[in-house]
Design a protein around this ligand. Structure first.
Ligand code: SF4
Ligand code: SF4
Length: 187
């Protein structure tokens, strides 16, 4: 998950200012393990829940702000170990530094357009994930007398949402992660 206080190696500076794996764009929940310092994380505002013996906290992560992880020294082990697909490809030399930074810049620019747009539509100022905001928006449209008209009226925003989801799925989401739950897999 986003490492904003920089790690030792320069490659992970790609994460600085990104935070797509912390801000609810990619995930709705993050699972924690037995070695994690839950009490410290709770003091930072993280809210944990346990279901079927799995403890997790919701995203957007309340420790993430202004591109930074405020609990960096005590961040959960899954956050320490996390590498999105782009970061792993970057570290493997498959994607150049410039290309990787351009992908992050393009994706975060879309995120920064889409999230406020969806929030304004659904009237939410709460900590909603991207998937939740999108679902709320579509449900709101469907409740209107003319859902197709509403979708046309906000077509540009919906196209941005689609472009953002494609970028996230294609460039960022690891396919072999067992530690995180992609948004779409959540109820
Ligand atoms: S999504 Fe990838 S590049 Fe962005 S902060 Fe997370 S690990 Fe780093
Ligand atoms: S604890 Fe830190 S690294 Fe982990 S999701 Fe929250 S902000 Fe990201």
């Amino acid at each position: 998950m986003g490492d904003t206080p920089p790690r030792e190696d320069s490659l992970t500076s790609l994460c600085v200012g990104c935070g797509l794996c912390c801000d609810g764009s990619m995930y709705r929940h993050v699972e924690v393990g037995g070695d994690d310092r839950i009490e410290i994380l709770e003091r930072a505002g993280l809210v944990f829940s346990t279901r079927e013996d799995v403890t997790s906290f919701r995203q957007p992560c309340s420790a993430f702000g202004a591109g930074c992880c405020s609990v960096y020294p005590s961040r959960p082990s899954v956050c320490r170990d996390y590498r999105c697909l782009l970061l792993r490809r970057h570290e493997a030399g498959e994607v150049s530094d410039g290309e990787a930074r351009a992908i992050v810049a393009r994706t975060t620019a879309l995120r920064d357009r889409v999230r406020p747009g969806l929030r304004a539509l659904v009237g939410s100022d709460g900590p909603e994930s991207l998937a939740s905001l999108y679902r709320l928006t579509l449900a709101q449209f469907e409740a209107l007398p003319d859902p197709a008209g509403a979708r046309r009226e906000h077509g540009e925003l919906l196209l941005d949402v689609a472009a953002l989801r494609v970028l996230l799925a294609r460039e960022f989401e690891p396919r072999d992660s067992r530690s995180h739950q992609p948004e779409e897999s959540e109820p």
